[in-house]
Write a protein that binds this ligand. Structure first.
Ligand SMILES: [Zn+2]
Length: 289
């Protein structure tokens, strides 16, 4: 039936009904992606993260995906947020805004208080509250645009200590002939990424142990695994949060030889442990993120 033939009253009633259905579906979607996350099922799809899994499999943009992933995270940390969302006391966007805040707080009471304080608030008011509680001031949101050649165009405003650190870096790096803002920021990003990778991989962080029949994976084996993997997760190709993993658990294989060691990102590592050990056992360690 064409909508053009509906009465005004019916059209308004139906529009409200479809909105209710859409909101219900969104809440169900959040519940389901949280369960997918608990099982780390996106690793079976070789996507390595819930965000990439949704982007790949569902027709959603980066911002739609990000909003859902972050709102779902809030639901994990503050279960009563589901009811607040159903009662239209909070929006999906506002739940997404507080996700990192409630994720970093241990007290359940405090998490509930934060949820209570955003009820009926606009996105701007919620963001201001988050800034106040975290002590981080954001003047404007950075705008990022990806180009087809792989480059990113970013508009951003640096505030407070970050602005001071930028000035400090500028002074220091100008001695090395680096004075353009894009080169200074590029240098800072590359240095930080290098430090994080080194920390994650742990190369050079401890003395090399040559034995392969030790639970400790030697530096030589780590280097050989990195050469094989291209320093990526050997399941999903992610470059972040990489770990070395015994393919057959050391307790069974008693081997840390290269054939029994692989590089996995933390999510694929968790998924492998869920499959090997059981969801129940791994629930004790997971779901903190
Ligand atoms: Zn992975």
């Amino acid at each position: 039936m064409s909508l053009q033939n509906l009465s005004d009253e019916k059209l308004i009633t139906d529009t409200k009904m479809w909105n209710e259905k859409e909101e219900y579906c969104t809440r169900q979607f959040l519940r389901h992606i949280n369960e997918v996350n608990r099982r780390r099922l996106f690793c079976d799809d070789k996507t390595g993260s819930l965000f990439k899994y949704i982007r790949k499999n569902f027709n959603k943009s980066d911002s739609e995906t990000s909003r859902r992933v972050l709102a779902a995270k809030t639901l994990r940390h503050v279960p009563c947020a589901d009811k607040a969302l159903a009662n239209k006391q909070v929006t999906l966007t506002n739940l997404a805004e507080i996700s990192n805040l409630v994720g970093n707080i241990k007290s359940g009471k405090k998490k509930n208080e934060i949820l209570g304080s955003i009820k009926g608030k606009t996105q701007t008011q919620t963001r201001e509250l988050v800034d106040k509680l975290t002590g981080v001031k954001r003047a404007t949101r950075s705008k990022t645009r990806a180009h087809s050649d792989g480059s990113l165009r970013i508009h951003l405003t640096l505030m407070g200590e970050t602005a001071k650190d930028y000035q400090f870096l500028k002074e220091q790096l100008s001695n090395k002939g680096i004075y353009k803002s894009e080169d200074i920021i590029g240098h800072a990003i590359n240095s930080t990424a290098g430090l994080i990778r080194k920390k994650t991989i742990g190369i050079g962080s401890r003395k090399s142990k040559k034995l392969v029949n030790s639970r400790t994976i030697s530096a030589a084996i780590k280097k050989a695994v990195i050469t094989r993997s291209g320093n990526k997760c050997e399941n999903c190709d992610s470059k972040y949060n990489l770990h070395f993993d015994h393919i057959i658990p050391y307790s069974v294989s008693k081997s840390s030889a290269i054939g029994n060691v692989r590089q996995l990102c933390s999510n694929c590592n968790s998924r492998a442990a869920i499959v090997a050990l059981s969801q129940e056992k791994m629930d004790l360690y997971l779901n903190k993120s």
